[in-house]
Each structure stands twice: as C-alpha cells, then as structure tokens.
Design a protein around this ligand. Sequence first.
Ligand SMILES: Nc1nc2c(ncn2[C@@H]2O[C@H](COP(=O)(O)OP(=O)(O)OP(=O)(O)O)[C@@H](O)[C@H]2O)c(=O)[nH]1
Ligand SMILES: [Mg+2]
Length: 359
Amino acid sequence: MKVGIVGMPNAGKSSLFNALTQAGAQAANYPFTTIEPNVAVVPVADERLDTVAATVGASENVYDTIDFHDIAGLVAGAHKGEGLGNQFLANIRETDAIIHVVRCHTDDNIIHPDGRVDPLADIETIETELIFADLDQAERRLDRVVRTARGGDRVAIAEEAWLTEIVAGLHEGRPARDIALPKDAPDAPRSLGLITGKPVLFVANVDEGDDELPAELAAHAAAQGAGAVAVSARLEAELTELDDDEAAVMREELGVSESGLARVVAGAFSLLDLIAFFTAGEGKPAQSWHLRRGLTVWHAAGQIHSDIQKGFVRAEVIGWEALVESGGYSAARDSGTLRVEGRDYVMDDGDVITVKFTP
Ligand SMILES: Nc1nc2c(ncn2[C@@H]2O[C@H](COP(=O)(O)OP(=O)(O)OP(=O)(O)O)[C@@H](O)[C@H]2O)c(=O)[nH]1
Ligand SMILES: [Mg+2]
C-alpha cells in the first residue's frame, strides 16, 4: 500500500512522516528502507502474526508494509506555480490513498503561511489546489485522446466520453471521486492518477496531549466519506526518541492511548476497508498481507504471487486464533478446524492460508 502525505506548508507533514518512519522501525524492529529522502517503507507490526509464527515454528516474521511519501506543502495558487508544492504532486499520483495533514495545534511559535489557524479554510485551500492539478492532468490527456478519437479508434472514443465528464466535474470544483462515470470506466481516476479520486484520511495535527478530533474536522470528513484521526505530530516524533517503557509512561500521563502510527495505520486500513491475512509454515518466513474486504482466497493468492494465483487448486484455511489454540497445523487438521476451501471462499480478517497450486 502506498500513501501520499499532503497539506499546507508547516502543517506538520514531515514531523508526522518522521514519527511514522521511526515508530515503524522501532515497533517492528525492522530496518525501514528510505528509497528516497521522502519515501519510507514502514512495516505494519501485527501481534497476531508473532503468535502464529511462534505456533508453527516459522523462521522469521515478515510484516506487510506501507510506503509513505512526504511532499512539500501546497499553497493557494500552487497550480499557477506558487510555492514548491505542485511539482511534487506527480510523486503521489500512483498512491492508493492520501493523508491530508491539517494544522490544528495553536503553538504561536510555529508560523502559519496565512497567519492564522483555521483548519477548514486550510482544507479548502488544499482541496482546491488538488482539483486544479487534476484538471490540468485530465485536460492534457483529453487533448491527446480527442486526436486519436477523430481517427475512429473505439477505445479512444469511449475514453473521450468519460474524460469529458471528469473535466466538466473538476471545472465545477468537484473532486474526481464525486464524479459519476460510465460503468465501463470505474478505474478511470486511478489510471489517470487523479489525486482527488483517491480515498482521504485527514490527520488533525493537534496540541500535545490533546487526543480529541476537532468536531468541525470530524464533520467535514464524515460529509466526504473520508477518515479522520487526531495526532500530535511533534509529540509522536518526541516519543520515538524514548524507549518503549518510557514512551508508555509518557502516553499514560498525557492520556494518549495508542501510538500515532497505530492510529494512522488503523485509519488508513479502515478507510480502504482492508483485512489482514497470514501465511506461515515451519522453517519458513511467516508473513502478513492485506486485502480488500469481500475478496476471495483466489485474490489473496494473487497478493502472494501471480504464479500461485494462476495455478490455484485449493487452499487450507484457518482463523489465526484457532490455529494458535490447536498448537499447530497437524492438530488443527485432526480436529477439523483447518478447512479446505475453493477459489470462491471469501477471506476473513485474521485467516491463515496455505495455497495449493500447480506450478
Ligand atoms: N507545537 C507543535 N509544533 C509542531 C507540531 N507538528 C509540527 N510542529 C512544528 O511545525 C514546524 C513545521 O513542521 P513540519 O513537519 O516540518 O511541517 P511540513 O508540513 O512538513 O512543512 P513543509 O515541508 O514546509 O510543507 C516544525 O517546527 C515542527 O516542529 C505539533 O504537533 N505541535
Ligand atoms: Mg515537510
């Protein structure tokens, strides 16, 4: 899963990025990879995998990862070349979801580009710039497609139709996700890399020790069908410098229950409606994976490897708790809690699967 972080300059994007990256490295004790200075691959620790791995005697734990992309802040007029932000938007066109960091903290020492703290006004500025950037992208593509369509190319003619809808909708100031498209073009916003077509998780960057999501932000997110969580980016960044016990004591004192990483990851997963599943075998790595809820074990096989999906025969499936209670695969097989399922089996959160396939 790839996630792009957007927001106003000084909103706290890089602070959040650093906190997530370091917390991921610590929580999972797993060396994160910095592909570029502003891209981090963060493992998503999952205690269920640890227990499953211990039960079956796996060689190591490999957690599924999230790529976070931190880009420069956007200012009003970015689409006309103001500030730096616009040129970095290309970096997040390929992501699965957007994290929109909104300054809500009231620290006067931190300059706000517009000289005031107003979360909803900031959100509107960013949403407007993203719509303009998408409009630019869609119009350029439309120009090209119109030329091909004139030659009678049927694919181009269909594409011209939905691109025209998108361009018109964006012109009216609507995000791509709200623009109705013909049924044969459901992936259009994605294939075009439209940022306003992606699901959004708002991260309210709140004052230290303030765990509450501002009501106005919660309402705005709900109206859009977006997710929202409150995090103090600075506090989270500071907590990653402490060891686990010290950080737990600090959290307790401040009344901040869960780590910022856990909240952001949980927010992103519920936004994308993802479930976790596991693969594990004796002497082999135990791995966690994620899949959209409602998909089948055949889709799950495709996550693991396209060859495993192609040669899919059947799968052995068991809930992680049942596997741990049985103490291993062979006992689970004997007691009948390990089931054999066909390709249409719909995956449950926490399933452990072994796919049988013909190479
Ligand atoms: N008091 C307080 N300060 C914060 C918080 N989060 C970030 N800051 C400070 O705000 C300043 C800007 O934070 P950054 O994380 O660099 O902001 P950014 O969104 O990456 O900014 P650009 O990259 O310029 O767009 C830094 O001095 C941070 O220490 C917070 O939760 N509370
Ligand atoms: Mg930054």
